[in-house]
Design a protein around this ligand. Structure first.
Ligand SMILES: Nc1ncnc2c1ncn2[C@@H]1O[C@H](COP(=O)(O)OP(=O)(O)OP(=O)(O)O)[C@@H](O)[C@H]1O
Ligand SMILES: [Mg+2]
Length: 324
């Protein structure tokens, strides 16, 4: 049986419902899906370096993808090698993941998103500076492990400060929390804390999802919570909204400057306008697509296939000279 030629590579865990959503918008023959953290024998990957160039081919039982300029890669949280209890399985998963990533990164494909770029773009200090450089309003922010500096910051902001966690991996969930001068600020010594001026009088939170040049925004209204993640989704209201044109433009440019084609940005909205909080480079979107009715997965699929079509067409054009 002749394999169909695919141009989209979907890299995701098998039980990833959000990846399923994007895949459901793609033509059946347009993509090969794989999870390097759990490679099956029915799927093969081969990369050959000869005459100064890589030739890389990925096959499943129906489709084959020759990786090159006409291809797009949708890389979304494949199974992490550390999740395998057996050390040999962990090693195999790690080998597969590193080899696949290296082979794909050696080609000029369209990435949504390159995980190496995501790792670099996740850092909050650079995100805040980038957002401000594009004209977004960013709260006064302090990173410190010095109790005296933290106390001075809280006092300068009249006791209206929040503290936020940068990671959520090693403890139970740490929500955004108010910090006051009366709190035991000596306890921060030895740990860098992320403090920020409290944005008061919130009307609602906003989640802005950028896909290529398209911007999808939703409001998230809670019954007065500081952090919407502490409220059950059923107790929040989610609605599609249109951000102000300058915010929309700034989001698009900021995401592009981070080297990404997809990102989800968080804002607090008050009567004064939109205040930027952060960019989730690999942020989830399935929930907000469903709750606010935003066609995000459709747009991701369109971006992946539009690229493969336009680039493939361009590469097939025979130069006039060659035809003579
Ligand atoms: N400076 C602030 N003033 C008021 N509310 C804030 C502030 N910073 C964050 N919040 C609230 O805390 C919640 C989470 O915000 P944010 O996305 O900035 O946190 P995070 O810890 O960086 O989250 P993530 O887990 O998405 O990385 C939101 O409801 C947001 O409105
Ligand atoms: Mg957030």
């Amino acid at each position: 049986m002749r394999l169909r030629e695919a141009r989209v590579i979907v890299v995701a865990a098998e039980s990833d419902f959000t990846a399923d959503l994007v895949v459901s918008r793609l033509d059946r023959d347009a993509f090969v899906r794989m999870d390097p953290g759990r490679l099956h024998e029915s799927l093969t990957v081969g990369g050959r370096f000869a005459a100064g160039a890589w030739t890389t081919v990925v096959d499943d039982v129906w489709r084959t993808a020759r990786i090159g300029p006409g291809c797009a890669v949708y890389w979304r949280k494949p199974t992490h090698p550390d999740t395998h209890p057996d050390p040999d399985d962990r090693w195999r998963a790690e080998e597969n993941t590193i080899a696949l990533l290296g082979l794909l990164r050696a080609q000029p494909v369209l990435w949504v998103n390159d995980p190496v770029v995501v790792d670099a773009a996740e850092h909050k200090p650079a995100q805040l500076a980038s957002a401000a450089s594009h004209g977004m309003r960013v709260p006064d922010t302090l990173f410190t492990s010095d109790p005296a500096r933290a106390r001075a910051f809280v006092t300068d902001h009249h006791d209206k400060v929040v503290v936020k966690a940068l990671t959520q991996r090693h403890t139970t969930f740490v929500p955004t929390t108010r910090l006051r001068a009366s709190d035991d600020l000596d306890a921060i010594a030895g740990t860098l804390h992320y403090l920020q001026a409290l944005v008061e009088n919130r009307l609602f939170d906003a989640r802005v999802t950028v896909v290529g040049d398209r911007v999808f925004a939703a409001s998230i209204t809670t019954p007065g919570a500081l952090d919407w993640r502490t409220v059950l989704a059923a107790d929040c209201r989610h609605a599609p909204i249109t951000p102000p044109a300058d915010v929309e433009r700034a989001c698009r440019e900021h995401v592009r400057d981070l080297g990404l084609r997809y990102a989800a940005l968080d804002f607090v909205v008050t009567a004064d306008g939109w205040t930027y909080l952060e960019t989730n480079c690999a942020g989830e979107f399935g929930w907000i697509e469903a709750l606010a009715g935003l066609p995000i997965s459709t747009e991701i699929a369109r971006l992946l296939t539009h690229h493969t079509r336009t680039t493939a067409t361009r590469h097939r054009v025979v130069p006039i000279r060659a035809r003579m």
